[in-house]
Design a protein around this ligand. Sequence first.
Ligand code: FAD
Ligand code: FO1
Length: 447
Amino acid sequence: MMVDKRSRIIQEGKKGNGPVIYWMSRDQRVNDNWALLHAQDLARTYKAPLVVLFCLVPQFLNATIRQYGFMLKGLQEIEKTLVKKGISFVLITGSPGTEVPAYAKKVKAAVLVTDFSPLRIKKEWNDGVRRGVNLPFHEVDTHNIVPCWIASPKQEYAAYTIRPKIHRLLPQYLDDFPSVKKHPFPMEGKTGPVDWERISDVLKIDESIQEVSWLKPGERAAKRALRHFVDKKLPGYDSKRNDPTEDGQSNLSPYLHFGNISAQRVALEVQMSRASVQNKESFLEELIVRRELSDNFCFYNSGYDKFEGFPSWAQASLKKHKKDRRPYIYTREQFENALTHDDLWNAAQIEMTTKGKMHGYMRMYWAKKILEWTGSPEEALEIAIYLNDRYELDGRDPNGYTGVAWSIGGVHDRAWGERPVFGKVRYMSYGGCKGKFDIRKYIERHK
Ligand code: FAD
Ligand code: FO1
């Protein structure tokens, strides 16, 4: 069975004569979704119905009601959009490794399509599904512009090594999307609507973390956020993006994390805008090279959230300084409640817990200070990942694991002058921040 340039066959299997299923997971959107387009192509070829299946897990990598609330509202919008196109939306709950095969068997699915994620948890889910069904099973990378396994066959050393590989392939992959057609073959019988009230009963999550109100969930809100960014903020992006007192970032990361918007769509809109080449290139470097480098790191390094995932120079250097006296030592609770001696660090932590989105520049300082004020790099890694996954709307993401590994373990960075605790891992200081932006203003804002 043919697959296109963004798909790969996880299992050949034996085709059923029921619907084609797109098991949606990472890329939660209807438009600009290559996995959905591939599934619809197959369904039209086989004159089969098309079902979008979402398997809701009761808990997910320290997510709380803040992230589940955002996600579920986005999924409700997807259900409405799909039904208007004659495409069924089915939500099941439990572990995907057992529930997805059970559903596929129940409807005698023809083919199973899913979207790509480099994280361990999705590989485990895919393995469970592969063992559970003997169906053609295709994986489509509709998160990256250049599919992860095509951009590079191995873990890349840094941005400068993956950049030429991605740029060389952009002309072939940064193309426009066809639209999702009205589907001509309906499912027999009722396949919805989802009982969204009952659904939240299955969740086993922390409901004490406030949902956010400053960012609206869903595909339409994501599109508006992109429009606003391109029209109002892209022209000042390069100069403002690293100033935490400016609102210079796009705020697209929660939408990109949940897949409510395609990075490829963002890149196309940015390229077509009237902003300067400097601002466009500065933004596309982050959106394409840094983001796709994160998927590369998580895909090819199974220790992406472990000390062993750090480059050997950093592991050796951090080990050599493991016994160095730490100037301060804090517990996870003290970090979580912003109870350190450092008012700048505390302000960043408060921005994370109250807003659900810490400024990108502060995330580097924030993580590096956790390394400086804990007993070991392993403990620092654990605390940084725990807090990042628990409070950030865009957390539980390859960008997060890579960002923490960059800050604490020098991943994708070079060795710097050796110093206590950090060894040759790049250091960042309070004074350094003071020289870069108005820290008083930032601290006042996030007391
Ligand atoms: P913009 O500056 O508008 O960037 C647009 C997009 O480019 C981002 O949405 C993101 O997809 C990509 N991008 C920007 N900077 C980076 C980067 N350094 N690495 C990879 N991609 C980047 N990003 C997350 O999406 N989730 C996380 O949990 C996360 N945790 C981080 C933790 C640490 C310790 C560090 C140092 C960085 C982390 N980042 C994370 C990366 C970056 O800080 C965020 O992607 C960015 O701040 C998101 O805000 P934005 O979309 O408004 O950014
Ligand atoms: N994806 C799912 O398929 N099912 C879920 O229940 C689910 C919950 C969830 C909660 C928080 C969050 O940040 C992401 C969540 N995701 C969920 C999406 C997740 O990004 C994808 O599952 C990826 O495939 C994992 O890498």
